[in-house]
Design a protein around this ligand. Structure first.
Ligand SMILES: [Cu+2]
Length: 69
């Protein structure tokens, strides 16, 4: 598993945290370590999941993710 830290624009409250958690929580090959307002800490299996797919899921939930440095 690889670690992936995201910064996520557009999150402002607990509902946003719940939406992002839900969007990511159902994905195979992805473990959600933590979601906070504006950030998420994830672990993913690069053989089953791409970073682009993960970013896409967050975008589909209505937010603006980017990979943290
Ligand atoms: Cu919110």
């Amino acid at each position: 598993m690889e670690t992936l830290n995201l910064t996520i624009g557009g999150m402002s409250c607990g509902h946003c945290v719940a939406r992002v958690s839900k969007a990511l929580g159902g994905m195979e090959g992805l473990d959600v370590e933590a979601v906070r307002i504006g950030a998420a800490e994830l672990r993913y299996d690069p053989e089953r999941r791409s970073v682009d797919e993960i970013l896409e899921a967050v975008r589909d939930a209505g937010y603006e993710p980017s990979v943290a440095a």
